[in-house]
Design a protein around this ligand. Structure first.
Ligand code: TXA
Ligand code: MG
Length: 350
């Protein structure tokens, strides 16, 4: 792989400096990769019409070639360049939620490279609500294909530092726009049929979609999980994962989960294993036997938990311990998106 001296450039998220954006856009125009912030997570971007440039993304991430990328646009009008046959319910979703954390899967236009769609006839499209991302897309003069800026199977990046940890030396440029506001990836909705189908949970929930379209979307996420072996989600769906082995602790209430966590710590300790606990319990002292404790955020503030989630996974790895015990949460809405990520990242569930 080509070696780069990676430039990390701080850019003002409210008023992106034109000269800095131009520097990044010139690289995109030349067929290079640029990492950039969005409100969900950081993206690893390339010109969506340039097959060679897109192939560099797959290579840098170690991403399987059959997993399509999301194409990002700077303005709603640009959708016609990227996709065709947009159904009415999708137009309603666009009107309400763009710019924002919603990706729509639509029929692809000719202009978009098959490398971005993994050879398929559909394309995932999103207009991000980040001034930096949109300024970059506009200055590049083309839609930008971008997966989350992490090595395949690793947690998504919510800071420029996370991106640098995964891609320093492998890409020429990282735009640092601070910590991502939302912290989990966009909701992905398949809009190629008569009804919306949710393919990935995110900040925009099934109820949000129902409210706007008048139709409860089908749920391909839970359907898929029901068909997997519930005790071992890591086998089939490993994704977003820390390097350290992770156990997810489920339970309706914090008290139930705290009890389970204490028991799990004890069991690991008997086996001489060191443990990091990721928890929503403000009183971290109750896990005195753990070697490290990370506060994910309070359960009363789900947005904070979403924002801290991937950073906590990465932070847990830095302790270099044997095991991570991650507390799950209960609730609907964005809680579902959070739990989906922890589920897939975990090696086992108790
Ligand atoms: O928030 C986000 O969506 C971030 C930021 C950077 O925009 N991007 C992101 O991209 O999460 P990525 O590549 O990590 O995840 C894209 C997801 C994958 O699950 C992929 O399979 C799905 O979207 N996807 C993309 N295009 C699709 C298509 N044409 N049909 C079905 N699924 C698609
Ligand atoms: Mg990803």
């Amino acid at each position: 792989m080509q070696k780069f001296k990676t430039i990390i450039e701080k850019v003002n998220p409210k008023k992106p400096e034109k000269n800095k954006i131009k520097r990044a856009a010139d690289l995109i125009k030349k067929g290079e990769i640029v990492a950039f912030p969005t409100e969900t997570v950081y993206g690893l971007g390339a010109d969506a019409t340039n097959t060679l440039a897109i192939k560099k993304i797959f290579k840098a991430k170690g991403r399987p070639a059959d997993n399509p990328l999301i194409v990002h646009i700077g303005d709603r009008e640009d959708l016609k360049e990227v996709a065709e046959n947009v159904p009415e319910y999708a137009k309603l979703l666009i009107k309400k939620f763009w710019p924002g954390p919603l990706t729509l899967v639509l029929k692809k236009s000719k202009k978009i490279s098959y490398a971005a769609t993994a050879g398929g006839e559909t394309v995932g499209v999103r207009m991000p609500n980040s001034q930096i991302a949109r300024a970059l897309i506009r200055a590049s003069g083309s839609p930008i294909a971008a997966p989350s800026a992490n090595i395949s199977t690793r947690p998504s990046s919510t800071t420029a530092e996370h991106v640098a940890n995964d891609f320093e030396g492998k890409i020429p440029f990282i735009i640092d726009g601070g910590k991502s506001k939302i912290g989990v990836e966009s909701t992905v909705v398949d809009c190629t049929g008569t009804k919306p189908v949710v393919l990935r949970f995110g900040a925009i929930t099934k109820l949000d979609i129902l409210k706007i379209t008048g139709t409860m979307p089908e749920d391909a996420v839970n359907e898929k999980r029901k068909n997997s072996v519930p005790k071992s989600p890591g086998q089939k769906y490993k994704h977003y994962a820390p390097k350290t082995r992770m156990t997810l602790v489920t339970g309706k209430t914090q008290a139930i989960r705290a009890k389970k966590i204490k028991k799990a710590i004890k069991e690991f300790k008997i086996k001489n294993k060191s443990v990091c606990v990721i928890t929503t319990l403000a009183n971290k002292n109750i896990f005195v036997d753990a070697d490290a404790v990370i506060l994910l955020g309070l359960e009363s503030n789900l947005k904070e938990i979403a924002k801290n989630l991937f950073g906590s996974f990465r932070a847990a790895d830095t302790f270099n311990l044997n095991e991570i015990i991650c507390e799950g949460i209960s609730g609907s809405g964005i809680a579902e998106a959070i739990m989906d990520r922890i589920f897939r990242a975990a090696d086992s569930v108790i």
